[in-house]
Write a protein of this length. Structure first.
Length: 88
């Protein structure tokens, strides 16, 4: 069964939460190197970027064309990219 826009965005919230927690210092990453942390942030930024381009093809919902509020996702991408820049 195909997922809806709401289902995909709800699942993507995990990436938003993780990026914000790492950036805000509330995620325990003490057992990771900075390179590993940056890689985690990058994977989640890339994941969000991919999801936001879903256009209704390949059995994916049309996220790109949806009127759903995507602010938290685009903000997390910006925050994550800045975190990587600041910590590289």
């Amino acid at each position: 069964m195909a997922r809806t826009v709401a289902q995909v965005l709800t699942a993507a919230t995990d990436s938003v939460t993780l990026i914000n927690a790492i950036n805000g210092g509330t995620k325990d990453v003490s057992d990771m190197t900075q390179a590993e942390i940056n890689a985690v942030v990058k994977r989640n930024v890339d994941h969000l970027g991919t999801i936001l381009t879903y256009d209704g093809t390949h059995e994916q919902p049309n996220i790109a064309g949806s009127a759903s509020d995507k602010t938290s996702y685009t903000t997390a991408i910006t925050v994550g990219n800045q975190y990587i820049t600041d910590n590289s």
